[in-house]
Design a protein around this ligand. Structure first.
Ligand code: DAH
Length: 340
């Protein structure tokens, strides 16, 4: 009687093990039948209640059922394991013979491009390309350029002051001074680089932008030399005639000083945000080097003179590429940069 119910349990459980569709279902059957509190395990504990003579036969039936069920369980489990491994291998399969996707190529920033073009142009004209520190001292940024202590350019509004009399250079002009100190006359140099102003940002103002400083010192340098180099520079950059105008301008380090403006290439002179509705863009302040500046760098103004200019590289890039908001240039947005 008891033996029959064990055989029934066995055949029923075998059928369920074979019918299991997932590993979880299979495991559920195992726990229910063979687990610590499983039906077969509990039946084993009943042996003690039988008459001693009946025990061996019943024990044999029980052990046989257990062995058969375990074997069938193991067989199904390895089936599921193999299927899972097969699926994983299929999913992870790599075709190593496929060609690699092409690397994404970057390109130069529009300002870097213009900077390099100008470096090449000026090198071909015999100018050295100099570098200078972005963290400057007051002497090179102001004093040595004949900018007196009470000059508005020294105002806290315009300058990022650092500790110990240092500052972030407000222009590339201090590299003139370093060039004169290091190389002496005759001198032809340019100095491209980043400059910093403590001012509020809008479509045409940034706290960080690029300039290209230039200086030539020799004997009998005149405004005619200055104009020749400035026109050469502008033609090289724009590859076409640009309308310019020269206004007197004041900079403590040049005398006479000029503002060279170009007609706005964004709006063609009718007025827009970049030219502040004036039709003109200040691009090239310049002049003949103030004798005081030469003297402070130990150059005798009786023997030598020269010209200097400070080109707004950032503004030049905006003009050349028709960019109407300076903030794009340092925004780091690839969708913008990829257009150039
Ligand atoms: N350093 C001036 C500025 O940032 C620009 C400048 C003007 C440079 C006249 C020059 C110059 O060399 O001669 O505003």
């Amino acid at each position: 009687m008891l033996a029959d119910s064990i055989r029934e349990l066995e055949s029923g459980s075998l059928a369920r093990i074979r019918a299991a569709r997932t590993l979880e279902e299979l495991e559920a059957v195992r726990v229910e039948v063979l687990g610590r509190k499983g039906t077969l395990t509990l039946a084993q504990k009943e042996i003690g209640k039988l008459a001693p003579a009946d025990r061996p036969a019943f024990g044999q039936i029980l052990n046989g059922a257990k062995r058969d069920l375990e074997a069938e369980f193991d067989r199904r489990k390895s089936e599921f394991d193999q299927a899972a491994t097969g699926a994983r291998l299929k999913g992870e399969w790599l075709d190593l013979t496929l060609p690699a996707p092409p690397p994404r190529r970057g390109h130069l920033h529009p300002i870097t491009r213009i900077q390099r073009e100008l470096e090449e142009l000026f090198r071909s004209l015999g100018f050295a390309v100099l570098d200078g520190p972005e963290v400057e001292d007051e002497y090179h940024n102001f004093d040595a350029l004949n900018i007196p202590a009470e000059h508005p350019a020294r105002d806290m509004q315009d300058t990022f002051w650092l500790e110990g009399g240092h500052l972030l250079r407000t222009h590339t002009s201090p590299v003139q001074v370093r060039g004169m100190e290091r190389l002496g006359p005759p001198l032809r140099m340019i100095a491209p680089g980043r400059v910093f102003r403590n001012e509020s940002v809008d479509a045409s103002h940034e706290h960080t932008f690029y300039q290209l400083e230039g200086m030539m010192i020799d004997r009998d340098v005149s405004v005619a030399h200055l104009l020749y180099f400035m026109k050469t520079l502008l033609t090289a950059i724009f590859h076409r005639e640009v309308t310019v105008r020269l206004r007197p301008g004041y900079f403590p380090f040049v005398e006479p000083g000029f503002e060279l403006d170009i007609q706005c290439l964004i709006c063609g002179g009718t007025g827009c945000a970049v030219c502040k509705q004036s039709g003109w863009v200040e691009l090239l302040p310049c002049g003949l080097v103030n004798p005081n500046v030469l003297r402070m760098s130990a150059i005798d103004p009786e023997e030598w003179n020269g010209f200097a200019f400070g080109l707004g590289l950032t503004r030049l890039a905006m003009m050349r590429y028709g960019i109407d908001d300076i903030r794009h240039l340092q925004g780091g947005d690839l969708r913008f940069l990829e257009q150039f």
